[in-house]
Design a protein around this ligand. Structure first.
Ligand SMILES: Cc1ncc(COP(=O)(O)O)c(C=O)c1O
Length: 404
């Protein structure tokens, strides 16, 4: 940035990674002429394999992760005016899926060392209308599930894991997404396995699985006849193309997860030596960590440099760091507008929830100053790639006075 040579001059691993398996799968589906989920076994096969990989009995594949979340909330029986507890440091779909279900997002702040829902703050947010908690396994770091499940049980709440970043992760040996009542994954282009778009709901409960499956295809009862719909729903089905590609991607997941974990451990060890850099804390219960992002905190005070400048400097060294979310969900414009479009008629008339009054200082600080990410693809290279990242951080640290 100040005129020298970048530390890293070659790009990191591309994403997505594919091979002849994905190419052959796509061609096979084209030639089969069976392009929807019911024409062949690609979608049902993927559902079974992905569910089994995470230790869940059932999987219902969907068009996206957003739809998976909405379907799970719907399956849980959420109604207008019900409240759902979730963190404000997450992708907006975690909250908009709640609004689409005519329910109210209730934001509870995150823990500073994980950016995941802080279990200590949950009970104070529970009211007689609370129905569900949606912990997010942010960046692939498992939410603190033990206390969350205990609180949910005490208050009769449904836990729906937002596992959009959690592919292949495990909590005390159990697959993420299979631990709460339901777990929702995304297969959007950036995710750790992808078909461009896609999602899935996992559950171990047969009745929830049947209801979710019915809702994802017009409300058609499992075992019912084609033109009998006894509940209002819509079409959220995955195509055979997505299913076929995702089966190939799933076959790569174990090896890629292992590589990301090894590289992330090396990177964490190096970056933890640098003042003012704090990688997301790994929990003892995380027996396998997904690493959708390599998340770390920057202490601008220690560095004497603003995050924007820090990100620019690493970019100039060839290291793709981003500042991530700049606005926590409760500060997004659509939460502070007087009405919410076609949704939440009851919501608009409810004076008890004014998002301008919501205060989540940890998430706010994460967005305005502290949070930084690198995409998981940077962890899919060699040890030399990891060292280039760490060397670049050190170089920028040593030259920080020139950046201020
Ligand atoms: C935490 C989180 N939840 C939900 C979603 C929604 O997934 P999709 O983009 O597949 O709709 C995303 C994805 O981008 C996400 O990051």
């Amino acid at each position: 940035m100040l005129g020298g040579r970048p530390r890293r001059e070659t790009p990191f691993s591309k994403w997505p990674i594919w091979g002849h398996e994905e190419e052959e799968a796509a061609i096979r589906v084209v030639r089969s002429g069976s392009w929807w989920r019911y024409g062949g076994l690609d979608v049902s096969g993927f559902e079974e394999e992905f569910a089994a990989y995470h230790g869940a009995k059932h999987g219902i594949a969907t068009t996206s992760g957003t739809v998976a979340l909405r379907l799970a909330l719907w399956t849980a029986g959420l109604k207008a005016g019900d409240e759902v507890i979730l963190p404000p440091y997450t992708f907006l779909a975690t909250a908009t899926s709640v609004i689409e279900q005519n329910a109210k997002p209730v934001f509870v702040d995150v823990s500073p060392d994980t950016y995941n829902l802080d279990p200590e703050l949950i009970e104070a947010a529970i009211t007689p209308r609370t129905r569900a908690i949606v912990p997010v396994h942010f960046a692939g770091r498992a939410a603190d599930l033990d206390p969350i499940l205990q609180i949910a049980e005490r208050h009769g709440l449904t836990v729906i894991e937002d596992s959009a970043h959690g592919h292949g992760g495990a909590w005390n040996g159990r697959g993420l997404g299979s631990i709460g009542a339901m777990g929702c994954f995304s297969f959007q282009a950036s995710k750790n396995i992808t078909a461009g778009e896609g999602g899935i709901v996992l559950t171990n409960d047969e009745a929830l699985a049947d209801q979710c499956r019915a809702l994802h295809t017009y409300g058609r009862r499992v075992g019912g006849t084609n033109y009998e719909q006894d509940q209002m729903a819509s079409n959220y089905r995955m195509t055979a193309f997505q299913g076929a590609i995702l089966r190939c991607q799933l076959a790569r997941l174990a090896e890629q997860t292992e590589l990301r974990e090894a590289n992330a451990a090396r990177l964490t060890a190096r970056l933890s030596q640098i003042p003012g850099i704090a990688p997301q804390r790994r929990g003892d219960e995380e027996t396998r960590k997904a690493f959708h992002l390599f998340l770390f905190r920057l202490d601008e005070q220690v560095w004497g440099v603003r995050r924007k400048r820090f990100v620019e400097a690493l970019g100039a060294e060839g290291i793709p760091v981003t500042a991530g979310y700049q606005t926590p969900l409760h500060r997004q414009a659509f939460f502070t507008l007087p009405e919410f479009g076609p949704y939440t008629a009851a919501f608009d008339q409810d004076p008890t929830l004014d998002y301008r009054q919501v205060n989540c200082p940890v998430a706010e600080h994460a967005c305005t100053s502290e949070g930084c990410w690198m995409h998981h693809a940077v962890l899919l290279g060699t040890e030399a790639d990891v060292d280039a990242i760490a060397d670049s951080f050190e170089k920028v640290w040593e030259n920080r006075l020139a950046l201020a």
